[in-house]
Design a protein. Structure first.
Length: 323
């Protein structure tokens, strides 16, 4: 390699020796080095865009396998949810109905989980959205299973006490009504006999002669037996357990006292016209979980199917109450 460089001098028509300093050599070497780095980086970028390294290929293959397995698990998850939904429907519409238990509202079964930090640990994972979504789905299913388990515990207890429950449910008419002609006013919006306005009638009025026997419609304990200043006159309230209460009003005489245990069909008093009443009759109410419900739905122990349809019709056609 030449140790000197020459440059032609047109004025003197000769070649002059060009002296190469250390600085010139340093900058020249640095330029070559920088150019090599730029070319190498450009080559690496182009190569990485169009060609995968073995490590990247392995990572992509593993990711593809994970997504494939997730698809299979997701389908199995959906099948579990379908089975659970079927069990919930059976529980509400069959098991709980048989034992007269209130169905569990679907909003309670499928309620979500609060808190924005619940799944924060998954945010830095490669498939954070899939992982956090699956965790949320699993939490919801776990909660639904827990609620269903508690419901089955309740149904089991109801089944064990079925005989007792059937004895307690108010299942007969409170007065003798063989010809079905004693229903004077049914449940629902009716005209009040004193105020002449439409008000909700929380029970059924049975017309009967003064002194007609009144029967307890189910096994229970007398919760109240007194004269009511609220318009019911002489009244009795019975606690039948299992969420049931019955009320008998406008009586002429009480035959039981508070705290007394009674059985279905037992005489508890006599028809009268005490309190706010326009004529001798019995006002009868059925409450389930502290809510007044139509008593006609519970006259199934002493009626045929035809009689039941007839009494529903009679209860619905009367417009004015007796109290």
């Amino acid at each position: 390699m030449a140790r000197h460089r020459y440059k032609f001098n047109p004025e003197l028509l000769k070649y002059d020796v060009v002296k190469i300093t250390f600085r010139d050599r340093f900058f020249k070497g640095f330029t070559y080095l920088l150019a090599s780095i730029v070319v190498s980086v450009a080559y690496y970028i182009v190569f990485s865009i169009f060609f995968d390294t073995p490590e990247v290929k392995n990572l992509k293959r593993e990711n593809s396998n994970i997504l494939s397995h997730y698809g299979v698990l997701n389908e199995r998850f959906r099948q579990v949810e379908d089975v659970l939904e079927d069990i919930e429907q059976r529980d509400n519409n069959i098991y709980r109905t048989i034992f007269a238990a209130e169905p569990i509202d679907q909003t309670i079964r499928t309620a979500g989980f609060g808190g924005s930090d619940r799944y924060r640990d998954y945010e830095n994972l490669a498939n954070a959205e899939i992982v956090s979504g699956t965790a949320l789905r699993l939490d919801k299913v776990t909660k639904r299973i827990y609620i269903q388990s508690k419901s089955f515990d309740e149904v089991v207890n109801l089944a064990k006490n079925k005989e007792e429950m059937l004895a307690c449910v108010p299942a007969i008419q409170p007065v003798s009504n063989i010809d079905l002609k004693r229903i004077a006013s049914g449940f629902g919006m009716r005209i009040h006999p004193f105020y002449k306005v439409i008000k909700k009638h929380k029970g059924i009025d049975f017309t009967a002669p003064m002194g007609t026997e009144i029967y307890a419609t189910g096994k229970g304990v007398v919760e109240e037996a007194r004269y009511s200043n609220g318009g019911y006159g002489y009244m009795i309230k019975i606690n039948h357990d299992f969420g049931y209460h019955t009320l008998y009003a406008h009586m002429s005489e009480l035959k039981v006292h508070k705290g007394q245990k009674i059985k279905r069909g037992q005489v508890i008093g006599y028809v009268g016209s005490s309190g706010m009443s326009v004529a001798p009759h019995l006002h009868y109410e059925v409450h389930k979980n502290n809510e007044a419900i139509d008593p006609v739905n519970y006259f199934f122990n002493d009626l045929t199917a035809e009689q039941y349809q007839q009494i529903i019709h009679l209860a619905a056609t009367n417009g004015q109450t007796f109290d």
